[in-house]
Write a protein that binds this ligand. Structure first.
Ligand code: 13P
Length: 260
């Protein structure tokens, strides 16, 4: 079994002082461990330097991530931040295609693909989010929806690019609602996503690709979710803002790794 990856997506939360405090608290708690689980913190972009400064410390236990990037290389795109700029700040990971960006900012699969390509050109790992709405699940369309999201983005990558890419399945009905997918539902969809990777890129790539679950993953349910064969870790929203809970989720990753 490969070590788990736990990514904290802070969304648009925390003042500068609170952000610094949260990073320091997580840092202090992780100091007690000899961690194999990889941890990524994705605060709001304005705190890029804060998080990369801490991540670059030689005793650091986490990587710096961001929540978004421009689909363009550079130029007259007011308000945008390029992948090259993130790379210059030592950002190592970046979430793309989060359902909130798809919903509120019109991010399509084509835009998600462009963003992934810009990140890969700059040696930043894209964490590509996919997932269905409640209506789509109720009408039993969830597999089709996720397949289309994967085919229209991931399927356009070269094998070399795919090797450096991660996927996060986040059912929209589970995000911030307290309603988690059951371990069986998460496992079923992650196994399906892995089969899609296998079909396009072969078995070795499918086995090696990190596929995470996100959506009301918390200190209580992380162990059971992470125990599923195809769940390689978690993309954590609300619980990543609470240092004790976030560290418990990371501990769940360690427990599963060492019990197997
Ligand atoms: P919650 O963990 O708050 O449900 O959010 C999940 C998420 O959207 C992470 O990207």
């Amino acid at each position: 079994m490969k070590p788990k990856i736990v990514i904290g997506n802070w969304k648009m939360n925390k003042s500068f002082d609170e952000a610094e405090d949260l990073i320091c608290q997580i840092e202090d708690k992780l100091d007690e461990y000899n961690l194999e689980t990889e941890v990524v913190l994705c605060p709001p972009m304005i705190y890029a330097e804060l998080v990369t400064d801490h991540a670059n410390d030689e005793n650091s236990h986490f990587y710096a991530g961001m929540q978004n990037v421009s689909e363009f290389e550079n130029g007259a795109y007011t308000g945008e931040v390029s992948a090259k700029m993130l790379a210059d700040m030592d950002v190592a990971f970046c979430i793309v295609g989060h359902s909130e960006r798809r919903k509120y900012f019109g991010e399509t699969n084509a835009i998600v693909l462009n963003k992934m390509l810009r990140l890969l050109e700059n040696d930043i790992v894209p964490v590509m989010c996919c997932g269905e709405s409640l209506e789509e699940r109720k009408s039993e369309n969830h597999f089709n929806v996720v397949q289309k999201q994967i085919e229209e983005s991931i399927y356009n990558l070269t094998p070399e690019q795919m090797e450096r890419t991660m996927i996060a399945y986040e059912p929209i009905w589970a995000i911030g609602t307290g309603e988690t997918a059951t371990p069986a539902q998460a496992e079923e969809m992650l196994a399906f996503i892995r089969s899609l990777i296998e079909k396009k890129f072969g078995t070795e790539m499918a086995v090696n690709t990190y596929i995470l679950y996100g959506g009301s993953c918390n200190a209580k349910n992380a162990l059971e979710l992470f125990s599923q064969q195809n769940v390689d870790g978690g993309l954590i929203g609300g619980a990543s803002l609470k240092p004790d809970d976030f560290v418990k989720i990371i501990e769940a990753g360690e427990t599963v790794l060492h019990e197997n």
